[in-house]
Design a protein around this ligand. Structure first.
Ligand SMILES: [Mg+2]
Length: 226
């Protein structure tokens, strides 16, 4: 069983946006300049984070670029500072989704192997998973060099679980990144639809739809055999 992390097992309350804003404050204290209003800087940070999660930039490249564009004297010094800010605020920001510990306990009682496959950088994603109470392996895109929804990311998950792709069920909140990605890699896709949204008609349909993690064990073939 594989899991997405963000908005599936836990939320991080924009902790990376806040880490960038703290970095911006430090940068300005050191002689740098913001590119615009606070609101426009937030938009730029969010766009930069999306590019980083899509694999366009490593976190180091994203932070260095951010610092250079704002006139930092030593842009190369900022990635380490950024990672420190993000990792040290994680404990205050990360919240597990309701029902996570019960859902994991139910899977454990059936002997189901679990792992997370998440886009982002290491070690932040591992730290977030641990803070949410997830104890299994965490496969992070930056560490394996490939992002969801690429097949290679799901293949890395299957290797971690020591299962063939068609034996793996993958659950996530994002129809494209999680559900369609898993199905294209030969896995069974489960869509976590916490908001009561419409599933995109142009994507391969999930095999199961759940609305919270409490429904997960009952949606799997293992539970139905009992
Ligand atoms: Mg997600």
């Amino acid at each position: 069983m594989g899991f997405d992390f963000d908005h599936t097992l836990g939320i991080d309350n924009n902790l990376e946006r806040v880490a960038f804003l703290r970095l911006l404050a430090e940068l300005c204290a050191g002689g740098g300049e913001p590119l615009g209003t606070l609101a426009s800087e937030i938009d730029r940070i969010d766009a930069l984070l999306r590019l980083q999660r899509s694999g366009r930039y490593s976190i180091e490249e994203a932070v260095e670029r951010f610092a250079r564009e704002r006139g930092a004297r030593d842009p190369g010094a900022y990635p380490e500072r950024y990672k420190h800010l993000a990792l040290h605020s994680a404990e205050a920001f990360v919240v597990p989704v309701p029902g996570l510990s019960r859902a994991l306990a139910a899977l454990r009682s059936h002997g189901v192997a679990v792992a997370v496959l998440t886009n982002g950088w290491s070690p932040l994603q591992e730290r977030k998973a641990a803070l949410a109470g997830f104890e299994g392996p965490v496969v992070v895109s930056a560490a394996i060099g490939v992002q969801k929804p690429a097949k290679g990311a799901f293949e890395a998950l299957a290797r971690t679980l020591a299962r063939a792709p068609d034996e793996v069920w993958y659950v996530g909140d994002d129809p494209v990144m999680d559900v369609a990605g898993a199905i294209a890699a030969g896995m069974h896709g489960i869509w976590l639809d916490a908001r009561g949204s419409e599933y995109p008609a142009d994507l391969p349909a999930p095999e199961r739809i759940i609305h919270n993690l409490e429904e997960l064990a009952g949606a799997l073939p293992i539970a139905r055999q009992e």
